[in-house]
Design a binder for this molecule. Structure first.
Ligand SMILES: Cc1cc2nc3c(=O)[nH]c(=O)nc-3n(C[C@H](O)[C@H](O)[C@H](O)COP(=O)(O)OP(=O)(O)OC[C@H]3O[C@@H](n4cnc5c(N)ncnc54)[C@H](O)[C@@H]3O)c2cc1C
Length: 428
């Protein structure tokens, strides 16, 4: 007999945490399962990879988040399968749990390499704290190697994907080359380092306004980021990239920020998959044909009141989690569910020191430059989970900004981190 809970939540990301928190406050017997014992704040992963913050700033133990909610049980385990018809989950060790009232699937997404030859083997994705740690270790190892190199070779980084993640990552690496490397390394190492941002589309920050796109491109170029836009990457090699237009680019490190897709759990769930392999959910966030089954956040294709598809954003995930909990509580009280009412607060992206763009609210009011930089810092500080995480992040930001130095280290080599990467996730 499977152990039963009133609600089961798969995934302790923005969506899963928000749902479990609201259910926990209402005293609902909830099981929250995540393969990691911690919640990770993905918007700051590029800062972890560039040692601006440490892992304990963006990751928070799930058990600590729910320590005052006795009706929520946190389980650190990989979910191997979900059965939406029976509202059951099966862990990788074969244990089965059943949900009486509702099953919430909020398992996020994974890097989409779009079957680009060599990308999975040679590129570094940036989707988890493990990815960021592995990438940071690699960056440090390459800098140390270039520093020792008697032939004074160059150290080139290429970032694939010029969306917000790619822009933020390329900008942060450029800032490190411009400000941190000259301070921490002797000689002319900074002059031998470069970063390029590449994308098949001919603009940065897709989804933002043309003004924001132009601003981001100009600020990146100003920082020394080489832009190669408008040509698809056709191969990722150990030593660089090949493009559809016949060009090639040397790179000691390729970072993949090229997009997301649904993971194996959704692919094998039998639920109807839509764009990106995500599950097309109804207006009330349930899966059509499966009573009491909700798919949220990055795992779902969610539409707003204008029938427009919402992007894969922390705010969408968090609000969808809260709304699903509200609908579950309504159903338990015998009331009907309600369509998701998304509050659109806009988009923002950090380009680097003193430069950011924010398009605020549904009207997309444009803020750029130092003002947007401060808005970005304030919003991300507010969104971070946990008071001690916020305090530590603030100290790290102030230290990094004022000192042009780094106080965080990566323990282990990129290869060691790679082993963790392959073993700490459920099979993809
Ligand atoms: C690098 C990066 C930068 C971003 N920057 C921003 C930003 O600036 N602003 C913004 O709004 N959004 C940003 N986003 C998007 C935002 O982080 C996501 O939209 C949001 O995290 C999605 O939340 P989620 O709860 O759906 O999934 P996730 O946060 O991905 O959480 C999913 C959870 O499910 C767990 N899980 C997955 N599979 C299993 C399994 N089989 N068994 C058990 N557990 C499992 C994972 O461990 C994870 O904890 C960024 C994303 C990335 C990757």
């Amino acid at each position: 007999m499977a152990e039963t809970y009133e609600v089961i939540v798969v995934g302790g990301g923005f969506a899963g945490i928000e749902a479990a928190t609201k259910l926990g406050r209402a005293g609902v017997r909830t099981l929250l399962v995540d393969v990691h014992g911690y919640h990770q704040f993905q918007p700051l992963l590029y800062q972890l990879a560039t040692a601006q913050i440490g892992v304990s700033e963006l990751a928070r133990p799930l058990r600590s988040i729910f320590r005052r909610q006795p009706s929520v049980r946190v389980l650190t385990a990989g979910v191997a399968a979900v059965d939406p018809g029976r509202r059951t989950i099966t862990l990788t060790d074969g244990t089965v749990y059943e949900a009486d009232d509702a099953l919430i699937v909020a398992c996020g997404a994974e890097a989409n390499f779009f079957d680009t030859p060599g990308a999975r083997e040679n590129a570094y994705p940036l989707y988890s704290a493990t990815d960021a740690t592995r990438l940071g270790s690699k960056l440090v190892a390459l800098l140390d190697q270039a520093d020792k190199d008697t032939e004074q070779k160059s150290m080139n980084v290429a970032v694939v994907g010029a969306g917000p993640t790619g822009v933020e990552t390329a900008g942060a690496i450029a800032d490190a080359i411009n400000y941190v490397v000259p301070k921490l390394f002797a000689g002319d190492l900074a002059k031998r380092c470069s970063v390029a941002l590449v994308d098949m589309v001919d603009r940065t920050l897709g989804g933002f306004s043309k003004k924001s796109q132009a601003y981001a491109a100009s600020r990146l170029v100003e920082r020394g980021v080489r832009l190669k836009l408008g040509s698809a990457v056709t191969e990722v090699r150990e030593d660089g990239l090949s493009f559809a237009d016949g060009a090639t680019m040397d790179a000691d490190l390729v970072i993949w920020a090229g997009g997301l897709k649904a993971g194996k759990l959704l692919r094998e769930s039998g639920m109807p998959q839509g764009r990106g392999g995500r599950i097309d959910v109804a207006k009330d966030l349930t899966v059509p044909g499966y009573e009491g089954v909700y798919v949220l956040g990055d795992a779902a294709n969610i539409t707003d009141d204008r029938d427009e598809r919402l992007p894969q954003l922390g705010s969408v995930a968090k609000q969808s989690g809260g709304w699903a909990a509200r609908n579950i509580l309504a159903q338990r009280a015998g009331r009907p569910t309600e369509p998701f009412g998304y509050k659109d607060r806009g988009y923002m992206a950090m380009i680097g020191r003193g430069s950011a763009v924010a398009e605020l609210g549904r009207g997309r009011r444009l803020v750029r430059g130092p003002a947007a930089f401060l808005v970005w810092l304030a919003v991300h500080l507010a969104l971070l989970s946990g008071a001690s995480q916020k305090a530590r992040a603030l100290v790290s930001w102030i230290f990094a900004f004022l000192s042009h130095s780094r106080q965080h280290v990566f323990v282990g080599s990129p290869e060691q981190a790679d082993v963790v990467e392959r073993t700490d996730r459920p099979a993809a």
